[in-house]
Design a protein around this ligand. Structure first.
Ligand code: ZN
Length: 442
Protein backbone atom coordinates (compact mmCIF):
# COMPACT_ATOMS: atom_id res chain seq x y z
CA UNK A 1 0.00 0.00 0.00
CA UNK A 2 1.43 3.45 -0.82
CA UNK A 3 2.53 5.71 2.05
CA UNK A 4 -0.24 7.96 3.30
CA UNK A 5 0.37 11.49 2.15
CA UNK A 6 -0.27 13.73 5.15
CA UNK A 7 -2.07 16.86 3.90
CA UNK A 8 -1.88 20.01 6.01
CA UNK A 9 -3.87 22.49 3.91
CA UNK A 10 -6.76 23.80 5.96
CA UNK A 11 -9.29 22.43 3.50
CA UNK A 12 -7.74 18.96 3.38
CA UNK A 13 -6.34 18.27 6.83
CA UNK A 14 -9.53 16.75 8.30
CA UNK A 15 -9.92 14.45 5.31
CA UNK A 16 -6.25 13.49 5.49
CA UNK A 17 -6.59 12.59 9.19
CA UNK A 18 -9.65 10.45 8.33
CA UNK A 19 -7.74 8.70 5.53
CA UNK A 20 -4.88 7.80 7.84
CA UNK A 21 -7.39 6.54 10.43
CA UNK A 22 -9.06 4.37 7.77
CA UNK A 23 -5.74 2.81 6.94
CA UNK A 24 -4.92 2.04 10.60
CA UNK A 25 -8.45 0.99 11.61
CA UNK A 26 -8.25 -2.74 10.76
CA UNK A 27 -4.91 -3.33 12.52
CA UNK A 28 -5.26 -5.35 15.70
CA UNK A 29 -3.57 -3.15 18.28
CA UNK A 30 -3.19 -4.32 21.86
CA UNK A 31 -0.86 -3.78 24.79
CA UNK A 32 1.84 -5.53 22.75
CA UNK A 33 2.12 -7.28 19.41
CA UNK A 34 2.24 -7.14 15.67
CA UNK A 35 -0.71 -4.73 15.29
CA UNK A 36 1.16 -2.09 17.27
CA UNK A 37 4.32 -2.53 15.21
CA UNK A 38 2.33 -2.39 11.95
CA UNK A 39 0.67 0.82 13.13
CA UNK A 40 4.03 2.39 13.98
CA UNK A 41 5.61 1.26 10.72
CA UNK A 42 2.71 2.77 8.82
CA UNK A 43 3.28 6.13 10.57
CA UNK A 44 7.02 5.81 9.88
CA UNK A 45 6.34 5.78 6.13
CA UNK A 46 5.54 9.51 6.25
CA UNK A 47 7.30 10.65 9.42
CA UNK A 48 10.78 10.30 11.00
CA UNK A 49 9.42 7.93 13.62
CA UNK A 50 11.66 5.58 15.53
CA UNK A 51 10.12 2.32 16.73
CA UNK A 52 11.43 1.34 20.16
CA UNK A 53 11.32 -2.21 21.54
CA UNK A 54 11.57 -3.07 25.22
CA UNK A 55 12.05 -6.74 26.07
CA UNK A 56 9.65 -8.82 28.13
CA UNK A 57 10.75 -8.87 31.75
CA UNK A 58 12.52 -5.51 31.74
CA UNK A 59 11.60 -3.57 34.84
CA UNK A 60 9.90 -0.23 34.28
CA UNK A 61 9.19 1.81 37.42
CA UNK A 62 7.06 -0.47 39.63
CA UNK A 63 6.17 -2.81 36.75
CA UNK A 64 7.72 -5.35 34.38
CA UNK A 65 7.26 -5.41 30.62
CA UNK A 66 4.80 -8.27 30.07
CA UNK A 67 4.96 -11.11 27.59
CA UNK A 68 3.91 -10.31 24.07
CA UNK A 69 0.49 -11.42 22.80
CA UNK A 70 -0.03 -12.95 19.38
CA UNK A 71 -3.37 -13.90 17.83
CA UNK A 72 -3.96 -15.61 14.49
CA UNK A 73 -7.64 -16.54 14.46
CA UNK A 74 -10.66 -16.98 16.70
CA UNK A 75 -14.22 -18.19 16.28
CA UNK A 76 -17.24 -19.84 17.83
CA UNK A 77 -18.72 -22.46 15.48
CA UNK A 78 -21.89 -24.56 15.59
CA UNK A 79 -21.92 -28.35 15.31
CA UNK A 80 -21.91 -28.06 11.51
CA UNK A 81 -18.74 -25.95 11.63
CA UNK A 82 -20.41 -22.64 10.67
CA UNK A 83 -18.72 -19.69 12.31
CA UNK A 84 -21.29 -17.87 14.45
CA UNK A 85 -18.73 -15.42 15.79
CA UNK A 86 -15.71 -14.79 13.59
CA UNK A 87 -12.60 -12.83 14.49
CA UNK A 88 -12.02 -12.21 10.77
CA UNK A 89 -15.18 -10.04 10.74
CA UNK A 90 -14.06 -7.84 13.67
CA UNK A 91 -11.05 -8.02 15.96
CA UNK A 92 -13.32 -6.71 18.74
CA UNK A 93 -14.97 -10.17 18.86
CA UNK A 94 -12.09 -11.49 20.99
CA UNK A 95 -11.36 -10.16 24.47
CA UNK A 96 -8.10 -8.33 23.76
CA UNK A 97 -5.35 -10.34 25.46
CA UNK A 98 -7.29 -13.64 25.71
CA UNK A 99 -5.26 -16.77 26.31
CA UNK A 100 -5.52 -19.50 23.68
CA UNK A 101 -8.34 -22.05 23.82
CA UNK A 102 -9.51 -25.02 21.70
CA UNK A 103 -12.57 -26.71 23.15
CA UNK A 104 -16.03 -28.08 22.56
CA UNK A 105 -18.29 -26.60 25.19
CA UNK A 106 -21.95 -26.78 26.20
CA UNK A 107 -23.90 -23.51 25.92
CA UNK A 108 -24.01 -23.06 29.71
CA UNK A 109 -20.23 -23.02 29.90
CA UNK A 110 -19.70 -20.95 26.76
CA UNK A 111 -22.21 -18.35 28.03
CA UNK A 112 -19.93 -17.42 30.93
CA UNK A 113 -17.24 -16.36 28.44
CA UNK A 114 -19.50 -14.07 26.37
CA UNK A 115 -19.67 -10.28 26.79
CA UNK A 116 -22.43 -8.14 25.36
CA UNK A 117 -24.26 -4.89 26.05
CA UNK A 118 -27.99 -5.34 26.73
CA UNK A 119 -28.52 -1.58 26.40
CA UNK A 120 -26.74 -1.44 23.03
CA UNK A 121 -27.86 -4.76 21.54
CA UNK A 122 -26.26 -4.21 18.12
CA UNK A 123 -22.82 -3.19 19.35
CA UNK A 124 -19.82 -5.41 20.00
CA UNK A 125 -18.22 -4.29 23.26
CA UNK A 126 -14.45 -3.78 23.58
CA UNK A 127 -13.00 -5.76 26.46
CA UNK A 128 -9.43 -6.39 27.57
CA UNK A 129 -7.64 -8.87 29.79
CA UNK A 130 -3.91 -8.27 29.80
CA UNK A 131 -3.23 -10.48 32.84
CA UNK A 132 -3.36 -13.86 31.08
CA UNK A 133 -6.26 -14.74 33.32
CA UNK A 134 -8.68 -16.19 30.80
CA UNK A 135 -10.44 -15.85 27.49
CA UNK A 136 -13.67 -14.45 26.16
CA UNK A 137 -15.70 -13.36 23.16
CA UNK A 138 -17.57 -10.09 22.65
CA UNK A 139 -20.69 -10.02 20.52
CA UNK A 140 -23.90 -8.08 19.95
CA UNK A 141 -26.44 -8.79 22.67
CA UNK A 142 -29.02 -9.57 19.97
CA UNK A 143 -26.90 -12.54 18.93
CA UNK A 144 -26.49 -13.71 22.54
CA UNK A 145 -30.28 -13.67 22.88
CA UNK A 146 -30.74 -15.65 19.66
CA UNK A 147 -28.32 -18.30 20.89
CA UNK A 148 -29.88 -18.34 24.33
CA UNK A 149 -33.36 -18.92 22.89
CA UNK A 150 -32.28 -21.96 20.87
CA UNK A 151 -28.97 -23.25 22.15
CA UNK A 152 -27.28 -26.17 20.47
CA UNK A 153 -25.87 -29.03 22.53
CA UNK A 154 -22.28 -27.94 22.07
CA UNK A 155 -20.17 -25.29 20.38
CA UNK A 156 -16.68 -25.42 19.00
CA UNK A 157 -14.53 -22.65 20.45
CA UNK A 158 -11.13 -21.60 19.13
CA UNK A 159 -8.84 -18.74 20.07
CA UNK A 160 -5.54 -19.34 18.32
CA UNK A 161 -3.50 -17.01 20.55
CA UNK A 162 -0.43 -17.24 22.72
CA UNK A 163 1.83 -15.31 25.05
CA UNK A 164 5.60 -15.50 24.62
CA UNK A 165 8.75 -13.59 25.60
CA UNK A 166 8.82 -10.76 23.08
CA UNK A 167 8.68 -7.01 23.35
CA UNK A 168 6.57 -3.95 24.05
CA UNK A 169 6.80 -1.27 21.38
CA UNK A 170 6.35 2.46 21.29
CA UNK A 171 7.13 5.03 18.63
CA UNK A 172 8.67 8.44 18.96
CA UNK A 173 9.30 11.34 16.61
CA UNK A 174 12.03 13.66 17.90
CA UNK A 175 12.16 17.11 16.31
CA UNK A 176 15.02 19.20 17.68
CA UNK A 177 14.42 22.91 18.12
CA UNK A 178 16.76 25.80 18.80
CA UNK A 179 16.70 25.05 22.55
CA UNK A 180 16.84 21.68 24.32
CA UNK A 181 13.69 22.30 26.35
CA UNK A 182 10.90 20.03 25.25
CA UNK A 183 7.25 19.88 24.38
CA UNK A 184 5.73 16.38 24.34
CA UNK A 185 2.61 15.31 22.46
CA UNK A 186 1.32 11.89 23.40
CA UNK A 187 -1.31 9.53 21.95
CA UNK A 188 -2.19 6.05 23.18
CA UNK A 189 -1.75 3.24 20.72
CA UNK A 190 -3.36 0.16 22.23
CA UNK A 191 -6.96 0.13 21.02
CA UNK A 192 -7.85 -2.16 18.10
CA UNK A 193 -10.61 -1.20 15.64
CA UNK A 194 -11.90 1.86 17.47
CA UNK A 195 -11.83 5.26 15.84
CA UNK A 196 -12.47 8.20 18.14
CA UNK A 197 -10.89 6.56 21.18
CA UNK A 198 -7.40 6.06 19.90
CA UNK A 199 -7.15 6.64 16.15
CA UNK A 200 -8.31 10.26 16.28
CA UNK A 201 -5.48 11.05 18.72
CA UNK A 202 -2.86 9.04 16.84
CA UNK A 203 -3.72 10.48 13.43
CA UNK A 204 -4.07 14.03 14.68
CA UNK A 205 -0.70 13.82 16.46
CA UNK A 206 0.87 12.47 13.24
CA UNK A 207 -0.42 15.49 11.32
CA UNK A 208 0.79 17.87 14.01
CA UNK A 209 4.23 16.24 13.78
CA UNK A 210 4.19 16.80 10.03
CA UNK A 211 3.29 20.45 10.54
CA UNK A 212 5.95 20.94 13.24
CA UNK A 213 8.59 19.55 10.87
CA UNK A 214 7.77 22.28 8.38
CA UNK A 215 7.91 25.19 10.79
CA UNK A 216 10.79 26.88 12.69
CA UNK A 217 10.85 25.62 16.28
CA UNK A 218 12.18 27.17 19.46
CA UNK A 219 11.33 24.10 21.53
CA UNK A 220 12.38 20.56 20.81
CA UNK A 221 9.39 18.29 20.26
CA UNK A 222 8.78 14.65 21.00
CA UNK A 223 5.65 13.03 19.63
CA UNK A 224 5.08 9.71 21.37
CA UNK A 225 2.76 6.84 20.42
CA UNK A 226 2.62 4.17 23.13
CA UNK A 227 0.16 1.69 24.60
CA UNK A 228 -1.86 3.15 27.46
CA UNK A 229 -0.61 2.85 31.04
CA UNK A 230 2.28 0.42 30.62
CA UNK A 231 3.51 2.13 27.46
CA UNK A 232 3.54 5.52 29.18
CA UNK A 233 5.21 3.97 32.24
CA UNK A 234 7.83 2.34 30.00
CA UNK A 235 8.50 5.61 28.17
CA UNK A 236 8.88 7.46 31.47
CA UNK A 237 11.20 4.77 32.87
CA UNK A 238 13.40 5.00 29.79
CA UNK A 239 13.43 8.80 29.76
CA UNK A 240 13.69 9.46 33.46
CA UNK A 241 16.79 11.63 33.09
CA UNK A 242 15.39 13.64 30.18
CA UNK A 243 12.01 14.53 31.64
CA UNK A 244 13.47 17.49 33.52
CA UNK A 245 13.66 19.18 30.09
CA UNK A 246 9.89 18.88 29.51
CA UNK A 247 8.20 22.28 29.73
CA UNK A 248 4.79 21.44 28.27
CA UNK A 249 2.93 18.21 27.54
CA UNK A 250 -0.40 17.29 25.99
CA UNK A 251 -2.22 13.97 25.82
CA UNK A 252 -4.40 14.00 22.69
CA UNK A 253 -7.47 11.77 22.51
CA UNK A 254 -11.15 11.63 21.53
CA UNK A 255 -10.74 14.59 19.18
CA UNK A 256 -12.75 13.30 16.22
CA UNK A 257 -16.40 13.35 17.32
CA UNK A 258 -18.83 16.23 17.41
CA UNK A 259 -18.63 17.20 21.09
CA UNK A 260 -17.34 20.42 22.66
CA UNK A 261 -13.63 20.65 23.46
CA UNK A 262 -12.82 19.35 26.94
CA UNK A 263 -9.50 20.05 28.62
CA UNK A 264 -8.32 18.35 31.77
CA UNK A 265 -5.72 20.38 33.61
CA UNK A 266 -2.37 19.02 34.71
CA UNK A 267 -1.86 18.02 38.33
CA UNK A 268 -0.16 21.40 38.77
CA UNK A 269 -3.54 22.93 37.77
CA UNK A 270 -2.05 26.27 36.65
CA UNK A 271 0.97 25.19 34.62
CA UNK A 272 1.71 27.26 31.52
CA UNK A 273 0.11 24.58 29.32
CA UNK A 274 -3.09 24.79 31.41
CA UNK A 275 -3.20 28.56 31.07
CA UNK A 276 -2.38 28.55 27.35
CA UNK A 277 -5.05 25.95 26.51
CA UNK A 278 -7.57 27.82 28.65
CA UNK A 279 -6.87 31.06 26.74
CA UNK A 280 -7.16 29.30 23.37
CA UNK A 281 -10.44 27.64 24.43
CA UNK A 282 -11.91 31.01 25.38
CA UNK A 283 -12.88 31.30 21.71
CA UNK A 284 -15.07 28.16 22.07
CA UNK A 285 -17.93 29.15 24.43
CA UNK A 286 -19.21 25.59 24.96
CA UNK A 287 -15.78 24.18 25.78
CA UNK A 288 -15.15 22.82 29.25
CA UNK A 289 -12.09 22.92 31.47
CA UNK A 290 -11.87 20.31 34.16
CA UNK A 291 -9.59 19.97 37.18
CA UNK A 292 -6.99 17.22 37.34
CA UNK A 293 -8.11 13.80 38.53
CA UNK A 294 -5.99 10.63 38.77
CA UNK A 295 -8.51 8.82 36.54
CA UNK A 296 -8.42 9.01 32.76
CA UNK A 297 -5.71 8.63 30.13
CA UNK A 298 -1.93 8.65 30.40
CA UNK A 299 -1.77 12.08 32.01
CA UNK A 300 -2.13 9.86 35.10
CA UNK A 301 1.44 8.67 34.59
CA UNK A 302 2.98 11.98 33.50
CA UNK A 303 1.28 13.75 36.42
CA UNK A 304 2.17 11.12 39.01
CA UNK A 305 4.21 12.14 42.05
CA UNK A 306 7.91 11.94 41.32
CA UNK A 307 7.28 13.25 37.79
CA UNK A 308 4.48 15.80 38.26
CA UNK A 309 5.01 17.01 34.70
CA UNK A 310 2.98 19.85 33.18
CA UNK A 311 0.76 17.54 31.10
CA UNK A 312 -2.87 18.25 30.34
CA UNK A 313 -5.31 16.14 28.34
CA UNK A 314 -7.16 17.63 25.37
CA UNK A 315 -10.34 15.85 24.29
CA UNK A 316 -13.82 16.41 22.94
CA UNK A 317 -16.08 14.97 25.67
CA UNK A 318 -14.43 12.62 28.13
CA UNK A 319 -13.84 8.87 28.18
CA UNK A 320 -17.13 7.02 28.49
CA UNK A 321 -19.13 10.16 27.79
CA UNK A 322 -20.21 9.37 24.23
CA UNK A 323 -22.49 6.45 23.40
CA UNK A 324 -20.11 4.73 20.98
CA UNK A 325 -17.29 4.59 23.58
CA UNK A 326 -15.50 1.21 23.70
CA UNK A 327 -17.91 -0.45 21.28
CA UNK A 328 -17.90 -1.39 17.61
CA UNK A 329 -20.01 1.73 17.04
CA UNK A 330 -16.88 3.81 17.59
CA UNK A 331 -16.03 3.10 13.97
CA UNK A 332 -14.79 5.32 11.15
CA UNK A 333 -18.26 6.89 10.83
CA UNK A 334 -17.76 8.62 14.21
CA UNK A 335 -14.84 10.60 12.76
CA UNK A 336 -15.91 13.84 11.14
CA UNK A 337 -13.35 15.49 8.91
CA UNK A 338 -14.55 19.03 9.71
CA UNK A 339 -14.37 18.25 13.44
CA UNK A 340 -10.85 16.85 13.09
CA UNK A 341 -9.84 19.92 11.08
CA UNK A 342 -11.10 22.10 13.94
CA UNK A 343 -9.23 19.96 16.49
CA UNK A 344 -6.07 20.26 14.38
CA UNK A 345 -6.47 24.04 14.17
CA UNK A 346 -6.88 24.33 17.94
CA UNK A 347 -3.80 22.16 18.62
CA UNK A 348 -1.81 24.22 16.15
CA UNK A 349 -2.95 27.40 17.87
CA UNK A 350 -1.86 25.99 21.25
CA UNK A 351 1.57 25.06 19.84
CA UNK A 352 1.96 28.48 18.23
CA UNK A 353 1.15 30.06 21.59
CA UNK A 354 3.71 27.83 23.33
CA UNK A 355 6.32 28.92 20.79
CA UNK A 356 5.37 32.60 21.14
CA UNK A 357 5.15 32.62 24.95
CA UNK A 358 7.74 35.11 26.21
CA UNK A 359 8.00 37.96 28.65
CA UNK A 360 8.47 41.46 27.25
CA UNK A 361 10.45 44.50 28.29
CA UNK A 362 10.00 48.07 27.03
CA UNK A 363 13.00 49.52 25.25
CA UNK A 364 11.90 53.16 25.25
CA UNK A 365 11.62 55.66 28.09
CA UNK A 366 8.95 55.78 30.79
CA UNK A 367 5.31 56.67 30.18
CA UNK A 368 3.27 55.75 27.15
CA UNK A 369 5.43 55.89 24.01
CA UNK A 370 4.57 58.35 21.23
CA UNK A 371 3.43 55.63 18.89
CA UNK A 372 3.20 57.89 15.84
CA UNK A 373 6.98 58.31 15.92
CA UNK A 374 7.46 54.57 15.45
CA UNK A 375 5.22 54.13 12.40
CA UNK A 376 2.94 51.81 14.34
CA UNK A 377 -0.30 53.24 12.93
CA UNK A 378 0.88 52.66 9.39
CA UNK A 379 1.68 49.07 10.37
CA UNK A 380 -1.90 48.56 11.53
CA UNK A 381 -2.96 49.12 7.93
CA UNK A 382 -6.44 47.91 7.16
CA UNK A 383 -6.72 45.32 9.93
CA UNK A 384 -10.37 44.49 10.66
CA UNK A 385 -9.55 44.16 14.35
CA UNK A 386 -7.77 47.53 14.52
CA UNK A 387 -9.61 48.52 17.72
CA UNK A 388 -8.81 45.32 19.57
CA UNK A 389 -5.27 45.36 18.22
CA UNK A 390 -4.74 48.83 19.66
CA UNK A 391 -6.27 47.72 22.96
CA UNK A 392 -3.92 44.72 23.13
CA UNK A 393 -1.03 47.02 22.21
CA UNK A 394 -1.77 49.24 25.21
CA UNK A 395 -1.87 46.18 27.46
CA UNK A 396 1.39 44.84 26.12
CA UNK A 397 3.17 48.18 26.42
CA UNK A 398 1.95 48.49 29.98
CA UNK A 399 2.82 44.94 31.02
CA UNK A 400 6.18 44.83 29.22
CA UNK A 401 8.01 45.19 32.52
CA UNK A 402 10.00 41.96 32.51
CA UNK A 403 7.45 40.31 34.78
CA UNK A 404 4.58 39.47 32.44
CA UNK A 405 4.32 37.00 29.61
CA UNK A 406 1.81 36.98 26.75
CA UNK A 407 -0.41 34.55 28.67
CA UNK A 408 -0.42 36.89 31.67
CA UNK A 409 -1.47 39.71 29.36
CA UNK A 410 -4.22 37.65 27.71
CA UNK A 411 -5.55 36.57 31.10
CA UNK A 412 -5.59 40.10 32.51
CA UNK A 413 -7.11 41.72 29.43
CA UNK A 414 -9.39 38.82 28.38
CA UNK A 415 -8.22 39.50 24.82
CA UNK A 416 -7.20 36.58 22.57
CA UNK A 417 -3.75 35.15 23.10
CA UNK A 418 -3.17 34.99 19.33
CA UNK A 419 -3.78 38.75 19.15
CA UNK A 420 -0.94 39.33 21.61
CA UNK A 421 1.32 37.15 19.44
CA UNK A 422 0.66 39.56 16.53
CA UNK A 423 1.01 42.67 18.68
CA UNK A 424 4.29 41.43 20.17
CA UNK A 425 5.65 40.83 16.69
CA UNK A 426 4.67 44.33 15.54
CA UNK A 427 6.05 46.10 18.62
CA UNK A 428 9.28 44.09 18.47
CA UNK A 429 9.73 44.87 14.77
CA UNK A 430 9.29 48.57 15.53
CA UNK A 431 11.88 48.53 18.29
CA UNK A 432 9.50 49.26 21.16
CA UNK A 433 9.90 46.04 23.14
CA UNK A 434 12.24 43.10 23.37
CA UNK A 435 11.50 39.59 24.50
CA UNK A 436 13.05 37.28 27.01
CA UNK A 437 12.52 33.63 27.65
CA UNK A 438 9.47 33.29 29.89
CA UNK A 439 11.61 31.45 32.45
CA UNK A 440 13.81 34.53 32.92
CA UNK A 441 11.32 36.73 34.73
CA UNK A 442 12.83 39.60 36.52
ZN1 ZN B 1 -10.19 3.57 25.69
Amino acid sequence: MPATNLQLDTADVGQSICELAARLFPLHRSLTGEGNRETLHCLAESLPLEVHAVATGESVLDWRVPQEWRIRDAFIADAAGNRIVDYRQSNLHVVNGSVGVQATLPWSELRSHLHSLPKQPDAIPYRTDFFQSGWGFCLPHRLVEQLENAPQATYQVCIDAEYFDGELNYGEIALPGSCPEQVVLYAHLCHPSLANDNLAGICLAAHLAQWLRSTPRRYSYRIVFAPATLGAITWLARNEQAVSQIRHGLVLTLLGCQSPFTYKRSRRMHAAIDRIVARCLAAYPDSEIRPFTPIGYDERQFCSPGFNLPFGCLMRSGPGEFPEYHTSHDNLATLKSEVLAESFALCKQVLEAIEAERIYVRKDAKGEPCLGRYGIYRALGERDDRGRFQEAMMWLLNLADGEHSLVDMAEQSQLPLSLFEDVAETLTAHGLVESRHELQRR
